[in-house]
Write a protein that binds this ligand. Structure first.
Ligand code: NAP
Length: 475
């Protein structure tokens, strides 16, 4: 291969980087330079894809990698978040020139993206934080792509990214969402919502397994049925697939032999931290992240079961209640709407706070295919934003009517699960948030009174304008 022939380069040949590079070569028809810390992997990717080998250019060193790129250069970094990204930037930056584009396509804390963009700005090299969702399959055949950075740079990237993105009704699932960290922020909230969605599905699975007493296969059939209606989504579809899968070694349902411990990586935690910083309640996302934390304390949970297991009172609430399936379906759908409304509320507030003007309806549009939370439901979100100003998705006419219809089911499922001692942290968080949110007269008047008593924090009155302090009795 002669020098300067590659249309772009991908640095990082892990699961995502390698598949994204193959996607650029295959669906984009681009020639792609392949760079990796462990150089052999880059050659391995080319050698194991003979049909695309002509368009894959493995590099031995950063100098070699750069020398294969057409100018102005486009370099996509796809390594683990944090220090590895800074290291790759330090490695590649001295070889780039003004006008070149450096993209971080991994997951990133958007605060890092803002910092990196600022640090690079004066060099004339463009830094782009870009969220990519869809896992291995998405990266290879069409992910959902959330682009941040300068809008002018997006115009240059569009012809590279549209061909490799997922398509929904022929519309590419990629867009520019706002300046600096907007793309990575939206990807973070996408993952927070994904955590909540998965957790609520798992909680309903728990009710079906431990409450009603169904087998994994039976539960798989139920999710498969639910996937034909309002809950239709990739996550519900894969839930059915995983529940029906048998362990080749034991013949048991595979889920029954999988340890109930899940890790939580950057994005879930970041989504909750950012929600708190912005002062937006994202309680279902928080419940999902916390549930993974609790899941990882397996030995401790076993001890707690010995201590408190006998508190369970009314498993009979559910047992054999096959007629309750419609109620569970409605409860899950309602809680899901509340979780997405929370994620959207965080994005709306971030948009105001950081001056991004996020296209909230457009975000749902690019999530309709390629990404992990893809679903029919996202179309309804796009439509809600297209129909007019949305204060909160829960107040948009379509979702308000669905929640009005489904809330009684969510209420009954949460109440029955609580009586039966079944863990439903995200479902109950959804209901608690909903009840809090729909009360014009809440209870923080008492909190304000307490704060004024012990700290002279002052309060406002319902019947008069102004800020007041009361001389409370001495305690
Ligand atoms: P991975 O399979 O573990 O690959 C990690 C890559 O990063 C490898 O190429 C590795 O190089 C490189 N790397 C790690 N530390 C490095 C360092 N200090 N210096 C240089 N290179 C380093 O990870 P992945 O799943 O592809 O994830 C990459 C990014 O995509 C992450 O930000 C991840 O959060 C994000 N992401 C992942 C998914 C997913 O489903 N996997 C989905 C969306 C986004 P070596 O080969 O030399 O070790």
């Amino acid at each position: 291969m002669s020098e300067q022939q590659a249309d772009l380069g991908v640095l990082g040949m892990g699961t995502m980087g390698a598949n994204l590079a193959l996607n650029f070569a295959d669906n984009g028809g681009f020639t792609v330079a392949l760079g990796n810390r462990t150089v052999e992997k880059a050659y391995g990717i080319r050698d194991s894809n003979p049909a695309l080998a002509e368009r894959l250019v493995p590099a031995d060193s950063i100098e070699h990698f750069i020398s294969t790129l057409k100018s102005p250069r486009v370099v996509v970094i796809m390594v683990n978040a944090g220090k590895p990204v800074d290291e790759q930037i330090d490695l590649v930056l001295p070889h780039l020139a003004p006008g070149d584009i450096l993209i971080d396509a991994g997951n990133a804390d958007f605060n890092d993206t803002v910092r990196r963009e600022r640090a690079i700005k004066d060099t004339g090299i463009h830094f782009v934080g870009m969220g990519v969702s869809g896992g291995e399959e998405g990266a290879r055949h069409g992910p959902s792509i959330m682009v941040g950075g300068d809008q002018a740079v997006w115009q240059r990237l569009k012809p590279l990214l549209e061909p490799i993105s997922a398509k929904f009704d022929a519309s590419p699932c990629v867009d520019w969402l706002g300046t600096d960290g907007a793309g990575h922020f939206v990807k973070t909230i996408h993952n927070g919502i994904e955590y909540a969605d998965m957790q609520m599905i798992a909680e309903i699975y728990g009710v079906l397994r431990d409450g009603i007493g169904l087998s994994a296969g039976e539960i798989g059939d139920i999710f498969s049925d639910w996937n034909t209606r309002g809950l239709q989504s990739y996550l519900v579809e894969i839930t059915a697939v995983t529940l029906r899968e048998k362990d080749p070694e034991t013949g048991k349902p595979l889920v029954d032999v999988i340890v109930d411990e899940a890790g939580q990586k950057g994005t879930g935690r970041w989504s909750v931290i950012e929600a708190q910083k912005l002062g937006v309640g994202a309680t279902t996302l928080e419940a999902a992240v916390s549930a993974r934390g609790i899941s990882s304390r397996r030995a401790e949970r076993a001890e707690a079961e010995k201590l408190f297991g006998d508190i369970e009172t009314a498993r009979a609430e559910f047992h054999g209640d096959h007629d309750g399936l419609a109620e569970l379906e409605a409860a899950l759908e309602t809680a899901k709407i509340i979780a997405y409304a929370q994620g959207y509320a965080v994005m709306a507030e971030a948009s105001r706070e950081f001056g991004w003007n996020l296209p909230l309806g457009g975000i749902a549009r690019i999530w309709r295919a390629g990404c992990i939370i893809r679903s029919r439901f996202l179309d309804d979100i796009t439509q809600a934003y297209e129909a007019g100003e949305v204060v909160n998705l829960l107040q948009s006419p379509h979702f308000a009517s669905r929640v009005r219809e489904g809330q009684a089911s969510l209420r009954r499922v949460v109440a029955k699960a609580a009586l039966a001692g079944l863990p439903i942290p995200a479902l109950s968080a959804a209901l608690a948030y909903f009840d809090d949110y729909r009360h014009a007269r809440g209870t923080t008047n008492l909190t304000q009174a307490q704060r004024d008593l012990f700290g002279a924090h002052t309060f406002r009155r319902l019947d008069r304008e102004g800020v007041f302090h009361h001389k409370w009795p001495q305690v």
